[in-house]
Design a protein around this ligand. Structure first.
Ligand SMILES: Nc1ncnc2c1ncn2[C@@H]1O[C@H](COP(=O)(O)OP(=O)(O)O)[C@@H](O)[C@H]1O
Ligand SMILES: [Mg+2]
Length: 267
């Protein structure tokens, strides 16, 4: 995040968005692997902001608890608890958030999950977002797997992002989503971001991407990189093998590595 310095390590919040099925979760998993092996990334936390929680499997980790459950506990206590219960919960809040965190030697992981209770609980969201933002302060790189609607990230995770990556494929619908997300960010101010990028994913062999790149650049959004359609991803996903274990010379892995280096090498 801007202004947040930790030694010579600059804090960086990277969020991935784009239409459903475009490859956000696969990209985030490969990006996680690339960041874990790049010392410039420093201490890494990955946040699954998709209520469907698909990321843990692709990262090869188990997430038993979600922030959605913490949210449920708060709402339930607010509705049914007495003053004593509420005080206890307020004191326990940071612990509950920490308890949701999964930590390995190389990364920390937080799943937002979904909350069953419907309705507008803005104050609960704000309370939890503050806890998450506080937690983020202890990390150098924050990587968020989002969804097409950016509201979820803004409402529940973080209000300011450094690099917002719109993932698209080679379809015209993907391009329309890029235009839509760009408008949400630049005109509607759905989320504050320092830099907006496009990454083109799942590009088949022999596909001429010149026209596509040109049409994206005409929207004034730079193309950060291109990722090939990679049969290894298809076969790993078919059997539920973590994408963090893809061979380092796999086409898509090489594409994502170049993207991660470009991101980490910028100011
Ligand atoms: N570069 C790629 N090459 C081949 N298949 C891919 C690639 N990226 C994603 N996929 C496949 O596309 C499908 C959707 O990917 P996923 O990451 O779940 O999308 P999203 O998170 O955007 O909904 C998955 O079956 C995944 O295996
Ligand atoms: Mg996903």
């Amino acid at each position: 995040m801007k202004n947040c310095e930790n030694g010579n390590q600059t804090k960086r919040v990277i969020a991935v968005c784009g239409k459903g099925g475009v490859g956000k979760t696969a990209f985030t998993a490969m990006m996680t692997q690339a960041l874990m092996t790049n010392e410039k990334a420093g201490k890494l936390i990955v946040i699954d902001a998709d209520p469907a929680i698909g990321l843990p499997n692709t990262l090869g980790i188990k997430a038993e608890r979600t922030m959605g459950q913490v949210r449920e506990t708060i709402i339930d206590t607010a509705k049914h608890g007495d003053a004593d219960d509420k005080t206890k919960l307020a004191n326990l809040l940071d612990y509950l958030v920490l308890d949701t965190l999964v930590e390995t030697d190389q990364l920390a992981f937080l799943a937002m999950g979904r909350s069953e209770t419907q309705g507008c609980y803005c104050s609960v969201n704000t309370l939890l977002r503050c806890s998450i933002e506080l937690l983020m302060q202890t990390f150098d790189t924050i990587l968020i797997d989002g969804e097409a609607g950016l509201e979820q990230i803004n409402r529940q995770v973080v209000s300011e992002v450094d690099d917002l990556i719109i993932l698209t494929d080679t379809s015209s619908r993907g391009r329309e989503t890029v235009a839509h997300i760009r408008k949400m960010v630049t005109e509607d101010g759905v989320i504050n971001c320092r830099k907006l990028w496009v990454v083109i994913n799942r590009v088949p062999d022999g596909f001429d991407e010149t026209v596509l790149i040109q049409s994206i650049q005409e929207m004034n959004v730079p193309v950060l990189g291109i990722i090939s359609l990679d049969e290894n991803i298809v076969s790993y996903d078919a059997v539920g093998k973590p994408l963090t274990e893809l061979p380092s010379d796999s086409q898509a892995v090489l594409g994502v590595k170049a993207i991660s280096e470009k991101l980490l090498n910028q100011d």
